[in-house]
Each structure stands twice: as C-alpha cells, then as structure tokens.
Design a protein around this ligand. Structure first.
Ligand code: MEV
Length: 438
C-alpha cells in the first residue's frame, strides 16, 4: 500500500520522479525513460514548462496541425490546431476547401461583454441594501481605478454594476452582478481583481453606513469570481451558397444533401442526445484552436454548453435553412478569448500560433474559432448524412492502428494503399500486416 507524502512540492524534479516511479509504477526505470523522452532538450524551454504549473515531471505533447485555406471575411487563414483526434484537422481542411470555392466564411462578433459576480449574504431589509448600493457604487468604481485605468485608457473597463436580489432562491442571498469590456485580454485576472476589491470596499463601507441597523452592517461575502457563462460575448459565423453548388462528390444530389443537412440540424435542435454529440463535434474544432492559441478550453467548454441550454433544453449550436434556393448554415456561440496576457506571450508555440493567424485581435480570434467550429460541424454532418462517419474516421485512425501493431515505414506505405479501397478494422489491419510480413 502506498503512503502519503509530506512536502512533495519541495522535492527536486529528480526526487519527485524517483518517488513517483518507485511508488506508482511497475518498472521505475522504464517509466523514468518515458518521462525523460518528453523533456525539451533546450533547458530554457524546459524551465518555462516546468514553471507553468507545480510538480512538473515532464511535458505532455499533443499534435499541432494546420488546417489551411480558411477564407474568413475575405482573408485567407491557415489555422493551427492542437488535438489528438485523428480526423479533426483533415475534416477542417476539407470543409475549408469546400467553402473556399464558394466565397468562404462570414463571421461577426455580436458582443464582447464579460461578467463577474460578488456573492454575499445580507440579513436585513432589501430596500436599505438598495439605498446603500446607490451610495456605495461610485466608491466601488473609484476604488478599482488603479486596476482599471490602463484598460479604460484603451477603451475597456467596467460597464455596469447591478445589485441583484436573489433572496427568492436562497435566503438572504444577493449579488453584485458586474459586466466588463476587457478588449484583447480574456480578462480573468482583471475581472477577479476588480471583484475582490469591490467585495472589500462593499463590506467595509457597510460597517460605516448610518442607515443600516447593527445587523445590516454585516455583509458576509461568500465569494467573488468571474462567470464563464458569457451569453453576450457572442460570435456568429456562417456559410451559404446556391443549392446546386452543394456537389459533395458522393452519390447524393445537391438538393437531397441540403435537405438531409437541415434534417440533421433539426434533430440536434430537438433531441438532446444528438445535440450533445453534434456540439461535441463543433468543440473538436473550437477546442483545438483555443488550445493552440493558449486560451482556457475548460472555460470555453463550460460557457458554450451553458449557452446551448439557455432555453431550458440542451440544443444545437448550429442552424441551417434553405430559402429561395440558397443553403445557409451558421453557428452562434459565446467565446471569451484573449490574444494578450495569459500564456499568449509565454508559450513559444502559442506565440507562433498567433503569428500564423496574423496576430488577430480577440475579436478576430473569436471569429476564427467560431469558423473552426462551424467547419467541423459541416464536415461531420456531411459525412454522417452521406458515407457515414466511420469511413473517414477509420482511414485516419489507420495510422494509429499501424503504429500500435508496430508496422515499419515500408509496411505502412503498402497498407495505407491497400486500405484505400477496404474497410479498416483493427483485426483487418493486423491480419493484413501479418500476411505482408510472411
Ligand atoms: C466525433 O469526435 C465527432 C462526431 O461524433 C460529431 C457528430 O456526430 O456530429 C462525428
């Protein structure tokens, strides 16, 4: 049985690895080799990664791929994607090419509002609290001026502070519901710093507010934190073309294809089981770009799925119509992204990703990421309503199987060719390799 350890974070990296591999792996020497294999040979780069988090023992690689040919608002992009799933980059590239010939993607940011809240308990009269709020609001704003003045200088800052009475849903519970514009920053640190200062001043000023009774002077702050639900930090991306241009290369007529796409979207709209998978496919594209550009994909995931349930039922994030012979397909998602701050200046690959994307503003990055999600959904639905998903998936997965069963380069070449016209299964690939080796 393993025993707990005191002071793990104070051990050197080597000591941590010794302890870890000795206590938790069957073969410490080979485990150490696996960890060492992923160290960066450049000490400066390795130190940077060591210091991103606590207790780093190695780096965890993901493939970093490029999906070229994305025409977005008449600008051509090669989109960097960090993802492990075999078919995602190929699908994105295919969708980009398909729409490139039809005028590309149009994208538009509808709003960039961020949200943060101070959650507190106040046992007293809510009218007195409102009076206090009107009195203290200007003091809250001036108290955070040292934090906000740079942001304000660039056109951002706090846009609104409201007192929300939540006592109907929880006894004595209120919020300061605050909205912000954080420009090119995702803004988490900015928002949380403002909120913590609001909370401090709010609590202190309550003590001195003469209209409060002794009890009412006590503001019990539970927490101050941004919200990852940002329904007004919204971006829309769309594609459209005359139906007859929807030639897929498969044996399906353009009109039938368009109608099936509409049915697929409608099923995702009305049926939560399908909606979750439909949106998962969208997030294949979204997360890959979010990760490559050093943004927080957990925040994005949480916000996007909350948005997909905003009307009480989890539903599709994409929409499709056929009107007057034109097929239109679009997405609307909340994306709180940054192109400054956070990892953007620190991680060399993130910096390079942003350079590849021609150093976008946060607004442009929102558009690019929404397009990546839309393209991914288009590619998935296109396969689903025509050939089925497995044909493309297993083709891409073939390389994983070949690596798993130890095929060498020459064998890989032969077998990739062989499986161009055959169904890929783990068993079939294994058998084919055995036959080849004989
Ligand atoms: C797989 O990662 C994503 C799909 O399941 C998405 C979808 O079904 O729309 C193919």
């Amino acid at each position: 049985m393993n025993t707990a350890i005191e002071g793990f974070s104070r051990l050197t990296k080597e000591e941590k690895i010794d302890w870890l591999t000795k206590n938790y792996t069957k073969n410490p020497e080979s485990s150490k080799n696996v960890l060492a294999q992923y160290w960066n040979t450049e000490p400066k780069v390795q130190r940077l990664h060591d210091e991103f988090i606590e207790n780093t023992v190695t780096n965890y690689y993901l493939p970093f791929g490029i999906a070229p040919n994305f025409l977005i608002n008449s600008k051509l992009y090669a989109i960097p994607m960090a993802i492990e799933e075999s078919s995602v980059v190929a699908a994105a590239s295919k969708a980009a090419k398909f729409w490139l010939e039809k005028g590309g993607f149009q994208a538009q940011v509808l709003g960039m509002e961020k949200i943060g809240q101070v959650h507190f308990i106040h046992k007293g009269n809510s009218q007195s609290l409102e009076k206090f709020f009107s009195y203290v609001k200007p003091k809250l704003i001036s108290a955070v001026r040292p934090i906000t003045q740079n942001m304000e200088g660039r056109g951002g800052g706090i846009t609104h502070i409201a007192l929300k009475d939540k006592t109907k849903v929880m006894e004595n519970y209120y919020q300061l519901h605050c909205t912000f514009q954080t420009l090119d920053a995702m803004g988490a640190n900015f928002i949380n710093s403002c909120l913590e200062e609001f909370a401090r001043v709010f609590k202190a000023e309550a003590q001195a507010f003469s209209s409060f009774t002794k009890n009412e002077k006590e503001i019990d702050v539970v927490m101050s934190i941004l919200s990852n639900y940002v329904p007004n930090c919204l971006v829309k991306a769309e594609v459209s073309c005359p139906i007859e241009a929807l030639e897929t290369g498969e044996s399906i007529a353009p009109l039938e294809f368009a109608e099936k796409m509409l049915q697929a979207v409608e099923i995702a709209r009305i049926e939560p089981h399908r909606a979750v998978t439909h949106n998962k496919g969208i997030m294949n594209g979204v997360d890959a770009v979010v990760l490559a550009t050093g943004n927080d994909f957990r925040a994005i995931e949480a916000g996007v799925h909350a948005y997909a349930s905003r009307n009480g039922q989890y539903t599709s994030l994409t929409y499709a119509t056929i009107e007057k012979g034109v097929f239109k397909f679009w997405i609307e998602i909340p994306l709180a992204l940054g192109t400054v701050g956070g990892l953007t200046n620190l991680h060399p690959l993130v910096k390079l990703s942003l350079e590849i994307l021609q150093n976008p503003s946060a607004k442009e990055l929102m558009e690019i990421v929404a397009v990546a999600g839309l393209a991914q959904n288009f590619a998935a639905l296109r396969s689903l309503v025509t050939t089925g998903i497995q044909q493309g998936h297993m083709k891409m997965h073939l390389m994983n199987i070949l690596n798993q069963i130890g095929a060498d380069d020459e064998e890989k070449k032969v077998l990739i060719d062989y499986f161009k016209t055959r169904t890929v299964t783990h068993g079939a690939v294994k058998e084919a390799l055995e036959r080849l080796k004989k």
